[in-house]
Write a protein that binds this ligand. Sequence first.
Ligand code: AMP
Ligand code: ZN
Length: 136
Amino acid sequence: MASKLAADCIFCKIVKGDIPSVKLLETASTFAFLDIGPLSEGHALVVPKYHAEKMHQVPDSFLAEAMPVAKKIAAALNVENYNILQNNGRLAHQEVPHVHFHVIPKPNAEEGLTIGWPAKKANVDKLKEFAGELKL
Ligand code: AMP
Ligand code: ZN
């Protein structure tokens, strides 16, 4: 699978080896390494070797390998609790504009990912209407 990398992207540079990283695993279409600003010990990133800012812009063939790689890392970390996180867009907390999946161990209440979850009560008829209008 031919990778597509950008010259001016920090994660593309890590994939190419132009910027050092603590590599965990590399496959034909993904590169995984430890996060330099970990939320907990073992916090890792899985990066498709395809430069795109958001997940819906990445070809399925590159995404297909990302979850098995995240799974492999999660299994190797041997932690009971963890989060898989993938942010799209600045408002959604994305800092690096190259798609990546976080594997974040959650060893206790203080370390790892903390999430705000402002749930509202949904109206089922409105949910059905919304689903019916989606072009999938
Ligand atoms: P996000 O907010 O989802 O874009 O996450 C970007 C992540 O990339 C953060 O957790 C950073 O700590 C991490 N990061 C940024 N630069 C590097 C780097 N050079 N090596 C490893 N991780 C990095
Ligand atoms: Zn990139």
